[in-house]
Design a protein around this ligand. Structure first.
Ligand SMILES: Nc1ncnc2c1ncn2[C@@H]1O[C@H](COP(=O)(O)OP(=O)(O)OP(=O)(O)O)[C@@H](O)[C@H]1O
Ligand SMILES: [Mg+2]
Length: 268
């Protein structure tokens, strides 16, 4: 899927969360959105699945503007997408296998029980959870819950997968395993992915491009190498986790250039 956001605006709770947000993701690429807590990363993903509606602007999926889609059209679109929720969002009263099977049971009622089971096992194996099929979510570690959520997000072989913090709370080895699954989906199935993350090690591993969201816009975007060596003080402070810098200070510094109050012109 090709994704293009053009000047998207969204106000929530009296605050302008997305403020003319624009970004483009070519078919088959992995784009990482980084940025501080509360900047609107999850809100951005929710627009792409139609859980939130833009106040203004365009969200083009394969060239078709989904802003203003009716429920029926949204359902058609969602069929082609997988969404790994930040919280995992597993249903407590169902086993891991049943949770992973849910999207199939909901959208592909024609499938036989054995076919559903076959696909569930295939995806559980992909995320390393082949032995957890009959477990209840309460008996899983945080990392296992994440992986179960991931298996559910990809059960229908989506064309676009949205990952909200797929590696947060995981140990480094587990994080690398999740990153590998994300990469494998890209290389083997040509999936387009958006990964929201605070985990820079993970972003550098999976991303084709990384964009930093700040005050409702992408203030800088580039390849992992470009981001690693950025001179933008906002991005530098974020990726290095410094406590001092423009992100924490009350300042009139321009987030695009790092220089004092100039017109918002983005380098390219
Ligand atoms: N449905 C809503 N109603 C009102 N405000 C909302 C709603 N959803 C999100 N917000 C607000 O929008 C802002 C951005 O939220 P969002 O969840 O996108 O942050 P985030 O960048 O994902 O942060 P984190 O890294 O902590 O997950 C926050 O201030 C949040 O309180
Ligand atoms: Mg979030």
């Amino acid at each position: 899927m090709h994704i293009l956001l053009e000047n998207v605006f969204k106000e929530l709770g009296g605050r302008q969360i997305l403020n003319s947000l624009s970004l483009e993701i070519p078919q088959g690429q992995t784009y990482c959105i980084i940025g501080r807590s509360g900047t609107g990363k999850s809100v951005t993903l929710k627009h792409l699945v139609g859980l939130l509606k833009a106040d203004r602007g365009k969200i083009l999926i394969d060239g078709i503007n989904m802003v203003g889609f009716q429920d029926r059209q949204l359902r058609g679109l969602r069929k082609r997408m997988g969404y790994l929720f930040q919280s995992g969002a597993l249903l407590n009263w169902m086993t891991v296998g049943e949770n992973v099977a849910l999207p199939l049971i909901e959208h592909e009622r024609q499938l036989s029980r054995s076919e559903v089971l076959r696909r569930v096992r295939e995806k559980l194996a992909l995320v390393g959870l082949q032995d957890a099929e009959d477990k209840l979510p309460e008996n899983l570690s945080g990392g296992m819950k994440k992986r179960a959520g991931l298996a559910r997000a990809i059960i229908r072989d989506p064309e676009l997968v949205l990952y909200d913090e797929p590696t947060s709370g995981l140990d480094p080895v587990m994080s690398s395993q999740i990153d590998e699954v994300i990469r494998d989906l890209q290389t083997e199935l040509g999936v387009t992915s958006i990964v929201v993350t605070h985990d820079m090690a993970s972003a550098y591993r999976v991303a084709d491009r990384i964009g930093m969201l700040y005050e409702g816009q992408i203030i800088e975007e580039g390849t992992p190498d470009e981001i690693r060596s950025t001179t933008n003080p906002f991005v530098r402070q974020f990726i290095q986790g410094d406590t001092k810098g423009p992100l924490t200070a009350e300042s009139s510094t321009d987030p695009f250039t790092g220089s004092k109050k100039t017109a918002r012109v983005k380098d390219s």
